[in-house]
Design a protein around this ligand. Structure first.
Ligand SMILES: *[C@@H]1O[C@H](CO)[C@@H](O)[C@H](O)[C@H]1NC(C)=O
Ligand SMILES: *[C@@H]1O[C@H](CO)[C@@H](O)[C@H](O)[C@H]1NC(C)=O
Ligand SMILES: *[C@@H]1O[C@H](CO)[C@@H](O)[C@H](O)[C@H]1NC(C)=O
Ligand SMILES: *[C@@H]1O[C@H](CO)[C@@H](O)[C@H](O)[C@H]1NC(C)=O
Ligand SMILES: *[C@@H]1O[C@H](CO)[C@@H](O)[C@H](O)[C@H]1NC(C)=O
Ligand SMILES: *[C@@H]1O[C@H](CO)[C@@H](O)[C@H](O)[C@H]1NC(C)=O
Length: 451
C-alpha cells in the first residue's frame, strides 16, 4: 500500500517537473529578441512610435526635465549672449513599452534606438547655437514600468539681456526656458525631478569651468505661457551668476584712480605742468579705449564704470584747461611786469660799468695833466661813486618792488588755489559716491559676503 502510494507520489512529482520544464522552456527566454518582439520593436514601421504614448488621448504626458549646468564658458557683454555647457536628463512614461520582468528572464531595462519610439520635441527658447553643438545619444533607456530616460549634452549659446550697470561688480540673471514646440499644455506638461537646491549643488559639484563667474543659484520656475489661441507649458531655469571682479579692478579701476590722484598731485609741480597733464589725459584715453572694447554701446542704463571713466576724463581735462589758463595769465604778467625791471637793471648796470670804466681813465688823464689836484679829485670821485651806489641801491629797491607778482600773477595764483580746493573736494565726493554705489551693489549681489 505504502509502496503504491510512494510510486504514485513520485509519478505526480515527475509529471509536475516535466510540466514545469515545459513551461520554463516556453517563458524563460533570456535573449532580448523575445522582449523586442513583445514590445513590437522588431516591426520596421512601428506605427505606435508616431503617437504620443498614451492609451487614452485625454491623458497628458508629463515630461520631467532636470538641467545641470556644468560649465560657464563666457558671457558676451557686447553680443548679450551666454555660452555654457548643459546636461539634460529627461524622463517620461511610454505606455506602450511595458513588460513583466519575470516573463523575460528578469530583464529590467533595455536600451533602444530613439527612432523606434515617440520622442518629445522640447526646445530651448533662448537657444541661438548651431545644431552641431548638441551631443545627443541616439539611444534611450527603457524600464519595465514604461519609464523612458534620455540624456542630452549641449554646448549652449543662449541670449540673455545682461545688466551691466554695476560692471564689474555685476550679477546676471539668465533664463533657460524649455518648451514643447507643438504640444499644448493639455498634452505635454513639463516638470522637474529634483529641487532647485539639489540642482544647484550638483551643478556646483560637477562644474568643470566657470571662467570669471560664480554660479549663485539655479531657480526653477514652471508656468503656462498663453499665446493667442494656445497655451504652452514652460519650464524656466533662472541661472544667477556673479562676476569675479578682481581682474577689472586691477586693470581698469585702480589705474583710473591712480591717474586721478596723479593729476591732483600735479598741482604741486613747480614749473611746467602742461606736459604732465596731457600725458595723464592720454593714459586715461587708452583705458577708455579698452573699456569701449568691453562694453556694448547702449545709452540705456549706462554702466557706472563708463560714467566713472568719463567723469575722471572730464575732471582731468578741466584741470588741464585750468593749467593752461594759469600759464597764460602768468605769461601776461611776464610781459608788463618782468621786462621793465630787467631793462632798468641792465641800464643801471651799464651806466655803472661805464662810470667805473671812465673813472680811472679820467683819473689817469687828469693825473698826467694835473698831478697836484689828484687827491681832491679822488675824494670827489669817491663821493660821486658813493652817490652812484646809493642811486643804484635805490633803483634796485625799486626793481624789487616791481618784481613782486603783478595783478595777473596774483589772479593766476588765486585761481590755481581755488581750483585746487574745488578739485580736491569734488574728487573726494566723487570717489565716495562711487564707492557707496558699487559696494552697495556688490552687497546686494552677494548678501552673505557683506553682512
Ligand atoms: C528539464 O530540462 C532540462 C534541460 O533544459 C533537462 O536537462 C531536464 O532533464 C528536464 N527535466 C525533466 C524532468 O524533463
Ligand atoms: C527565445 O525566443 C526566440 C524567439 O521567440 C527563439 O528564437 C529562441 O529560440 C528562444 N530561445 C530559447 C532558449 O528558448
Ligand atoms: C479616457 O480618460 C477620460 C478622462 O480621464 C475618461 O473619462 C474616459 O473614460 C477614458 N476613456 C477610456 C476609453 O478609458
Ligand atoms: C526669466 O523668467 C522669469 C519667469 O518667467 C521672469 O520673471 C524673468 O523676467 C525672466 N528673466 C529674463 C532675464 O528674461
Ligand atoms: C536661491 O534661490 C532660492 C529659491 O528661489 C532663494 O530662496 C534664495 O534666496 C536664492 N539665493 C540667492 C543667494 O539668491
Ligand atoms: C492663461 O490662460 C488661462 C485660462 O485660459 C488662465 O487661467 C491663466 O491664468 C492664463 N495664464 C497667464 C499667464 O495669463
Amino acid at each position: 500500500m505504502s509502496g503504491r502510494t510512494t510510486l504514485a507520489v513520485l509519478a505526480v512529482m515527475a509529471a509536475a517537473a516535466a510540466a514545469a520544464n515545459v513551461s520554463s522552456s516556453q517563458t524563460s527566454n533570456c535573449s532580448y529578441l523575445g522582449l523586442f518582439k513583445h514590445l513590437d520593436l522588431i516591426n520596421a514601421k512601428r506605427e505606435v512610435g508616431m503617437m504620443r504614448p498614451v492609451k487614452n488621448w485625454t491623458m497628458h504626458t508629463t515630461i520631467l526635465l532636470d538641467m545641470v549646468l556644468y560649465g560657464i564658458l563666457e558671457l558676451g557683454e557686447k553680443t548679450q549672449t551666454v555660452t555654457s555647457h548643459i546636461m539634460l536628463h529627461m524622463r517620461w512614461h511610454d505606455e506602450f513599452l511595458t513588460w513583466n520582468p519575470s516573463d523575460f528572464c528578469g530583464i529590467q531595462t533595455v536600451v533602444i534606438p530613439k527612432s523606434k519610439l515617440w520622442y518629445p520635441d522640447i526646445s530651448i527658447l533662448e537657444d541661438i547655437s548651431d545644431t552641431g553643438s548638441i551631443r545627443q545619444s541616439p539611444m534611450v533607456k527603457v524600464f519595465s514600468d514604461s519609464k523612458v530616460k534620455a540624456h542630452v549634452y549641449q554646448h549652449l549659446t543662449s541670449t540673455c539681456p545682461l545688466d551691466l550697470y554695476l560692471f564689474p561688480f555685476d550679477k546676471q540673471q539668465c533664463n533657460i526656458t524649455f518648451s514643447s514646440v507643438n504640444y499644448y499644455v493639455d498634452e505635454i506638461k513639463l516638470g522637474t525631478l529634483s529641487s532647485d537646491e539639489t540642482l544647484t549643488w550638483v551643478s556646483d559639484t560637477l562644474m568643470i569651468t566657470e571662467g570669471e563667474w560664480i554660479l549663485v543659484n539655479l531657480t526653477i520656475v514652471e508656468y503656462n505661457l498663453n499665446k493667442t489661441d494656445e497655451t504652452l507649458s514652460n519650464l524656466a531655469y533662472m541661472v544667477t551668476l556673479v562676476r569675479k571682479p578682481m581682474l577689472y579692478v586691477i586693470n581698469l579701476l585702480v589705474p583710473m584712480f591712480y591717474f586721478l590722484i596723479l593729476d591732483l598731485a600735479s598741482f604741486f609741480i613747480r614749473g611746467e605742468k602742461l606736459n604732465f597733464k596731457v600725458t595723464v589725459l592720454l593714459s586715461i584715453s587708452v583705458l577708455l579705449l579698452i573699456l569701449k572694447d568691453l562694453l556694448p554701446s547702449t545709452e540705456r542704463n549706462m554702466p557706472l564704470i563708463a560714467k566713472f571713466s568719463l567723469i575722471i576724463f572730464i575732471m582731468v581735462g578741466l584741470s588741464l584747461l585750468e593749467a593752461m589758463l594759469v600759464d597764460f595769465l602768468m605769461g601776461l604778467d611776464g610781459c608788463c611786469g618782468q621786462k621793465t625791471p630787467s631793462a632798468s637793471n641792465t641800464q643801471v648796470e651799464i651806466q655803472l660799468e661805464v662810470n667805473c670804466r671812465t673813472e680811472p681813465v679820467e683819473a689817469g688823464e687828469k693825473s698826467q695833466a694835473k698831478p697836484t689836484a689828484r687827491p681832491r679829485e679822488g675824494d670827489l670821485l669817491k663821493l660821486l661813486l658813493e652817490q652812484v651806489k646809493a642811486a643804484r641801491q635805490e633803483t634796485e629797491r625799486q626793481c624789487k618792488d616791481e618784481r613782486k607778482p603783478g595783478c595777473y600773477a596774483r589772479l593766476a595764483k588765486i585761481i590755481d588755489y581755488v581750483y585746487f580746493v574745488f578739485y580736491l573736494i569734488s574728487v573726494a565726493t566723487f570717489l565716495f559716491y562711487m564707492y557707496v554705489v558699487w559696494v552697495e551693489g556688490r552687497c546686494f549681489n552677494l548678501i552673505s559676503e557683506c553682512t
